[in-house]
Write a protein that binds this ligand. Structure first.
Ligand code: AFP
Length: 325
């Protein structure tokens, strides 16, 4: 089934039906263009991994494809249905159609430090109901999301999408069309695989230190089995793997300056990933509280993000907190 047909037959009926089908189709159109630029990076004099000269809201140097992806999405959303657009690459709200009923929050190109290493990158999106104060309409808890998903640009370009009734997946075919896959993600309840950037171990809270030490102890330790580790430094790639075969992903706060709340952003990274993960039977928290219940205070605020297989999430959550040693 083509994405357009799936949208027409699966988006919830009601006032948001028509704009939601238009918005998701618009995001897919932008994703086809982003995928093409990523795939052809280095040809025609283009180097999309190079610094674009600007900085994003957090002071991260913007890559050329960060900026291009953001512009392609804005152009696609200007087609209608969206009152306001919020982006990792934009300091302020982009007001579009004040009469429209939806707002969209995006990380236009997640994992951009991987562009010139030919690793998977992606576009993460969250669709929320527009509220009266459009400038702050993204400041809603993630449980309000009407739809969410991400495109991953890797060996395949795949869309993972939820409109609140499970997760559907679509693969970009050779004709530039998203075709539905039979895969409907259900995260395995248990796992023996974890994802964390171990380079920062000395900065982790003691709860994370103790938990990871137990996993590393393997079958000789309290978990009585060996664990494997993966870290893609691309949230969409780690999330895709976990949605496919289970696992637990951890990016919590740590003692590095500026990392008290970790690295990932609540509104346009943690919330959409958390909705997909819960819709696929997993769990997502900030280490203590459900991500989707967190009330954002500002557009670019960071939050600790732990997600994955439900039983492993319970194992991490019950790990006692200790004062810093
Ligand atoms: P970039 O977009 O700057 O590459 O950051 C990617 C990311 O936000 C997320 O996709 C990764 O999970 C995380 O950062 C990797 O962070 P570390 O570089 O600290 O491992």
């Amino acid at each position: 089934m083509l994405l357009t047909h799936w949208l027409a037959t699966h988006c919830p009926a009601g006032p948001h039906f028509e704009p939601m089908t238009k918005v998701i189709a618009g995001l897919a159109k932008a994703a086809v263009q982003i995928a093409s630029h990523a795939r052809l990076n280095g040809l025609g004099g283009h180097d999309y991994g190079q610094a674009a000269g600007g900085q994003n809201s957090d002071g991260d140097a913007q890559k050329a494809l960060d900026v291009l992806a953001d512009q392609l999405i804005i152009e696609a959303l200007a087609g209608g249905g969206v009152a306001a657009y919020f982006s990792e690459e934009q300091d302020a709200t982009i007001l579009l159609d004040a009469e429209a009923g939806l707002v969209v929050a995006c990380d236009p190109l997640d994992g951009s430090s991987n562009i010139d290493t030919n690793l998977s990158v992606g576009t993460i999106f969250s669709i929320l109901p527009a509220t009266g104060d459009l400038a702050n309409a993204a400041l809603q808890p993630g449980r309000n999301q009407l739809a969410a998903g991400f495109f991953i640009y890797g060996p395949q370009t795949i869309l993972l999408l939820t409109v609140g009734k499970g997760v559907a997946t679509f693969c970009l075919d050779q004709d530039g069309q998203f075709q539905q896959l039979s895969w409907q993600p259900q995260i395995p309840e248990t796992t023996s695989e974890f994802a964390i950037n171990a380079a920062y171990q000395r900065f982790w809270p003691t709860k994370v230190q103790d938990y990871i030490a137990q996993l590393l102890a393997g079958k000789d330790g309290p978990r009585t089995r060996d664990f494997n580790m993966r870290w893609c430094a691309s949230l969409v790639a780690d999330a895709y793997r976990i949605l496919r075969r289970g696992g637990i992903f951890l990016y919590t706060g740590d003692s590095r300056p500026g990392y008290a709340e970790g690295r990932l952003r609540l509104i346009y990274e943690a919330n959409p990933i958390a909705l997909l993960v819960e819709q696929a039977g997993g769990a997502a928290s900030n280490g203590a509280d459900r991500i989707l219940d967190l009330q954002p205070d500002s557009l670019h605020q960071r939050c600790a993000l732990v997600f994955g297989s439900a039983s492993e999430m319970a194992e991490f959550t019950k790990q006692p907190e200790h004062p810093a040693r």
